[in-house]
Every structure is written in structure tokens, then in C-alpha cells.
Design a protein around this ligand. Structure first.
Ligand code: GAR
Length: 204
């Protein structure tokens, strides 16, 4: 049953395990979104295979050597041409222009492997372990022009034991990501998220 479901594009650059979790969730009859397109900026992204195996349309728009504005304009046109309503960034490792972000504001979400606003950016788990914090986790947030700073929709917490390594923290956080991201997309697709400044209210 696809009638009434919101058309989602998942943007990836690599492995695609969050993509896999979103595809699995969207397979349920009562899920309010369908993955209509998987778009990668890298032709070698393993996630493209996951999409193909699930019978989902894929598109590669190479970003290498392309100006940011040119890449984003091309992507925006491709998304509109396919009737995409919502965007999930899932390990999409490319900064977006302010113009693109503003055009999709409120309709584009990202998952980040830390408890934002702590540990923005890359190499998160090594920095988490080195910092000595006892808890980390993951965050799903609306994408705003400043990296990893948009209004937070949902978070999950993961303990960091004293003998933790970056690898085992990454594994534990990723497991939480796979539950959290489909839950957050469900809320977005149901139209239950209200952005109030930096806060997100969830309508019952
Ligand atoms: C995930 O851990 C995601 O949170 C992170 O990249 C990984 C992608 O894994 N995203 C970022 O760091 C974005 N700043 P996946 O390709 O297996 O979903």
C-alpha cells in the first residue's frame, strides 16, 4: 500500500546501514513514508547495492570536482523531478549550500552519531572516548545551514564504559541509530513535528 505515503529520498555516501533500517521500517503497511529514491554522491557507495536489492530507484550524482552550488542545484532538480517530499541524510558526508538547506528546511533530517550539541563533525567516537564522557548516543535533527546544529527531533543514549574503544562505542551507537531514525522519520512523515525556534514539539 503506497497511497498516502510521503515520498522520501535517502542521501548516502557509503555503507548504508541506516538506509537499510529505513527500508525495513518502510516495508510495514502502516508506515507513513516510502523510500522513493536513494541518491549517492559516490558511485562506489555500498548502500546503492542495498537499495537495488530492495528494488528502489537509485541515482548517483558525483560531487567530486564539482562546485558546491552546481552539485546542489543538480540534486535539487533531480529530487523535484521525482516528486520527493522529504529527505533523510544517512551517512551523507558532503556539506550542503545554505540555499539548498533553506529550500528544504523542515523537510530534511539527518542522523548524527553523538548527543548533539556535543561532538559535532567527524571522527566522533574517538573524540568521545578520549574525552572521558560516560554517556554518548545519537541524534536525529532537522538540517539547518550550520553543520549538526538544527533543531533536535530525537536522541538515544548509550553508556561509555571506562574501558570502551572507539570501535565498540561506534557499534553500540549504530544499533541505536537503526531504531531511532525510523521512529523520527515516522513522526516527520505523519506531520507531527512542529519547529519552534531551536526546539521541536511533537504533536500527540
Ligand atoms: C552513521 O553512524 C551516521 O550517524 C554517521 O555516519 C554513519 C553512516 O553509517 N553520520 C555522520 O557522521 C553525519 N555527520 P551508515 O552508512 O551505515 O548508515
Amino acid at each position: 500500500m503506497t497511497a498516502g505515503k510521503r515520498a522520501v529520498a535517502v542521501l548516502i555516501s557509503g555503507r548504508g546501514s541506516n538506509l537499510r533500517a529505513l527500508i525495513a521500517a518502510a516495508a510495514a503497511d502502516d508506515y507513513p513514508a516510502r523510500i522513493a529514491l536513494v541518491l549517492s554522491n559516490k558511485p562506489e557507495a555500498e548502500g546503492l547495492e542495498i537499495a537495488r536489492a530492495a528494488g528502489i530507484a537509485t541515482l548517483v550524482i558525483e560531487s567530486r570536482g564539482k562546485a558546491r552550488a552546481e552539485f546542489d542545484t543538480e540534486m535539487d532538480a533531480a529530487l523535484k523531478a521525482r516528486g520527493i517530499e522529504l529527505i533523510c541524510l544517512a551517512g551523507f558526508m558532503r556539506l550542503l549550500t545554505t540555499e539548498f538547506v533553506q529550500a528544504w528546511y523542515g523537510r530534511m533530517i539527518n542522523i548524527h552519531p553523538s548527543l548533539l550539541p556535543a561532538f559535532k563533525g567527524t571522527d566522533v567516537h574517538a573524540r568521545v572516548v578520549a574525552s572521558g564522557v560516560r554517556f554518548t548516543g545519537c541524534s536525529v535533527h532537522f538540517v539547518s545551514p550550520e553543520m549538526d546544529e538544527g533543531p533536535i527531533i530525537a536522541q538515544a543514549v548509550v553508556p561509555v564504559p571506562p574501558d570502551a574503544t572507539a570501535d565498540n562505542v561506534a557499534e553500540a551507537v549504530l544499533e541505536q541509530e537503526h531504531t531511532l531514525y525510523p521512529q523520527a522519520l515516522r513522526l516527520l512523515a505523519e506531520g507531527r513535528l512542529v519547529i519552534e525556534g531551536q526546539r521541536v514539539r511533537i504533536r500527540p
